[in-house]
Design a protein around this ligand. Structure first.
Ligand SMILES: Cc1cc2nc3c(=O)[nH]c(=O)nc-3n(C[C@H](O)[C@H](O)[C@H](O)COP(=O)(O)OP(=O)(O)OC[C@H]3O[C@@H](n4cnc5c(N)ncnc54)[C@H](O)[C@@H]3O)c2cc1C
Ligand SMILES: C=Cc1c2[nH]c(c1C)Cc1[nH]c(c(CCC(=O)O)c1C)Cc1[nH]c(c(C)c1CCC(=O)O)Cc1[nH]c(c(C)c1C=C)C2
Length: 467
């Protein structure tokens, strides 16, 4: 009998790829509710060559997960499509925050830490040294805002961490688990009493066995890539994955929504919207955890409850803007708005600084809403309202008066999972339930082990490696 993968986003496509890589003769069906694969990853090339990214735009090359993605890219013959941003580039060095009504550059070097820079009241190094004095608090988990506030002070929590959380999961740092971004630092405090002591101890600890790197990862290291994308945008990756799995015999069923999942003696039965059913001996769930919870509700209410609790997703309005004029005075990756400003805008990406296209003017992407989406826009905002808000705030924040000649507005409903306090514990309950009840189900995708492209690909590889 076959394996079924539910969901044709990056997680589902990667799961299908690795299933076929590890056991080429395995029959695999992928079920996708929409008419395309790729999920939130969508790039559209404009007439003048500019790329409008609706979802992700950059990938990190570092770490084991980064190396794994580069290996996948190499296996898909995409290495020559990569466009890297190297460490000396302004888009790698310069990240801005908008606080107290103006833009500020965040320190990007060691010397920057010793300088007093607005909006901080003293050099950042003094905030960081606060960690040496702060007492350990024994906790299982806490919000990243509380952890940073305790160890480094409220200015670091407000001006550094809160916007960073917006720039990664569009979330509220006061609710997101410290383990989402800073598990290691949190564990240093719990084990050694302070982050600094933990850091020092780890310097003398035995280093782990180095990962064997593929050619592209070695190139990334020697050329000092900071982040990268592809010539035709991030969608290059899911398109290549789809083509690869189709040519390896994976059957993709488009426009096919699963409405219920039933497990029965080592089998999984999927009820589909059109009253059809599909049976398989193993299901890989690559859809958001709360949606999966709904599908399992009738037969496994306890598991469904944990899955629904795991991720409260937030919505983001993504507005791509194309201007004739070149008006960016300080080239950078972009800017993040400090949540204390209470603006509808989370951040602005300077696409034309990151990946310049000749004679293209200025390309910006404005991301809005997130955790505060409904507060600012209600449940069903009109696209023209979102466009007006985006343009008005770009003019105000960047202090300019240009109007875009081309734009695209997309509302990404419930697109980003929020790893709230207790996420890890809840995940243990979910895995425990699946193990104890011997359910032939594995999980992957952005709801579980990280929201970045690298995390999603690695979660898919891990989900299928023992099947
Ligand atoms: C605005 C934004 C910006 C981002 N920027 C970056 C970035 O710069 N760098 C980075 O690394 N990551 C970034 N990410 C994160 C990354 O894009 C996502 O985490 C990743 O694409 C999620 O993939 P997925 O397969 O887990 O989920 P999805 O993309 O949500 O895929 C799930 C699929 O399942 C389908 N589905 C759902 N329910 C059903 C059902 N009942 N039956 C059948 N099919 C179903 C959906 O249609 C969808 O195609 C960004 C994400 C967003 C939203
Ligand atoms: C303003 C909103 C958002 C911006 N990007 C995202 C949102 C919600 C989504 C996002 N960005 C990144 C990731 C992946 C994280 C990972 O684990 O790989 C996701 C889901 C990448 C990223 N963006 C910023 C940082 C610091 C990172 C981590 C990797 C890196 O160092 O590049 C900061 C940032 N995001 C946005 C802006 C405007 C910005 C900084 C100025 C937009």
């Amino acid at each position: 009998m076959s394996k079924v993968i539910l969901g044709g986003g990056l997680g589902g496509l990667s799961a299908a790829y690795y299933l076929k890589k590890f056991s080429p003769n395995q029959a695999v069906t992928l079920i996708e509710s929409s008419s395309r694969t790729g999920g939130w990853i969508k790039s559209s090339v404009q007439e003048n060559g500019a790329i409008f990214e609706q979802g992700p735009r950059t990938i990190r090359p570092r770490g084991d997960a980064g190396a794994n993605t580069l290996q996948l890219i190499e296996e898909l013959n995409l290495s020559d499509q990569i466009v890297p941003i190297t460490s000396g580039h302004p888009a790698a060095k310069n990240r801005l925050i908008y606080a107290n009504g103006s833009l500020h550059l965040l320190p990007s070097s060691l010397t920057g830490l010793f300088r007093k820079q607005e909006p901080f009241s003293k050099p950042l190094i003094l905030h960081l040294l606060n960690d040496l004095k702060a007492r350990r608090k024994e906790v299982k988990d806490e919000s990243i805002y509380d952890f940073i506030g305790r160890r480094f002070g409220s200015e670091v929590a407000d001006y550094l961490i809160s916007p960073l959380i917006c720039g990664i999961c569009a979330g509220n740092a006061k609710e997101i688990s410290v383990k989402f971004l800073m598990k290691q630092l949190f564990e240093y405090e719990q084990k050694h009493g302070s982050v600094s002591k933990g850091l020092l101890t780890s310097l003398f600890a035995k280093s782990k066995r180095p990962t064997v790197l593929c050619e592209t990862a070695l190139r990334a290291r020697s050329e000092k890539w900071n982040i990268y994308s592809f010539k035709n945008g991030c969608e290059t990756l899911p398109i290549a994955l789809r083509n690869n799995i189709v040519s390896n015999g994976v059957n993709i069923k488009f426009n096919t929504e699963c409405t219920e999942i039933i497990t029965d003696k080592g089998q999984v039965i999927l009820n589909l919207f059109n009253n059809e059913t599909i049976k398989c001996d193993h299901l890989v769930g690559a859809i958001p955890a709360n949606v999966l919870g709904r599908l399992l509700q009738k037969q496994h209410p306890e598991l469904a409850q944990c899955l629904k609790k795991l991720t409260k997703n937030v919505s983001v309005a993504v507005v791509n803007l194309l201007f004739k004029e070149n008006f960016i005075k300080n080239p950078a990756f972009g800017l993040l708005v400090v949540p204390k400003e209470q603006l509808p805008v989370l951040g602005v990406i300077y696409d034309s600084c990151c990946f310049p296209v000749e004679n293209c003017g200025t390309v910006l992407t404005v991301m809005m809403g997130g955790y505060w989406f409904e507060e600012h826009f209600g449940t069903n905002p009109q696209e023209n309202v979102l466009l007006d808000v985006a343009v008005k705030h770009v003019k105000r924040i960047l202090n300019c008066d240009h109007d875009p000649f081309n734009y695209k507005v997309n509302i990404l409903k419930q697109c980003l999972p929020q790893y709230v306090v207790g996420h890890d514990e809840n995940l243990d309950l979910i895995n425990g339930y699946i193990r104890t009840h011997k359910l032939p189900i594995s999980l992957c995708g952005a709801s579980y082990y990280g929201v970045g492209i690298n995390d999603v690909i690695l979660s898919a590889k891990n989900a299928v490696k023992d099947l």
